[in-house]
Design a protein around this ligand. Sequence first.
Ligand SMILES: O=C(O)c1ccccc1NCC(=O)[C@H](O)[C@H](O)COP(=O)(O)O
Length: 218
Amino acid sequence: MEQKRAAKEKPGIKICGITTPEEAVYLNEAGVSYAGFVFFPKSKRNVTYEQAEKIFSGLDPSIKKVTVFVSPTLAEIQSAEEIGADILQIHGTLAQEIIKKSRHPIWRAVNIKSGTEFLEKEELFYDNITGIVVDGAQYGGGKTFDWSANGARLSVREQFADKAFILAGGLNSENVQTGISIFAPDIVDVSSGVENDNGIGKNRDKIMEFVRKVKEHE
Ligand SMILES: O=C(O)c1ccccc1NCC(=O)[C@H](O)[C@H](O)COP(=O)(O)O
């Protein structure tokens, strides 16, 4: 599975919540592996299919386009597939018909609130679910889940050994090396931690610093 990494490799990097062509250029410069696009009207990072398609065209072809949904319909998923999504990231409810009919890999996102949700997702065993995004309580909320309480529990990810483990929720350049040391994720996923101080749009310097910290992790 291409998202899995060997023990000595650095984690892949996903920058989520891309909203402009300029931000796509930052990702090209930074050399990340994944760009996330949020299709959730309540989010400040929401993009339309038209906006996303335009931004896709400016991304380096090596960067995979991850389209992010909350409890989507099959029609929404198919719209993302039509504009060129590579991976579907699904929070909230995941309908059976999406698992059965989607032609694309799915990353199942688990928003950890109480610390027990991670173990309750039987659907994680489906073959076309290729990754598990272990995220903070709020969608794109910029807060970590309780790493101390979940560290041991998340080691059960070995039972999902064929799936990529994506660490998300509240990462930034200050804490990402600690997160990698605790969880050894295949991929790290950040949004709020690389935004401008006013919370609007991505910050080039913060992206570069985040990428540097991931690449320098021993
Ligand atoms: O970012 C959003 O606004 C969002 C809205 C709805 C569903 C998911 C959303 N973000 C999803 C993500 O990919 C990760 O949760 C995100 O990169 C982590 O966010 P952050 O804690 O802000 O780093």
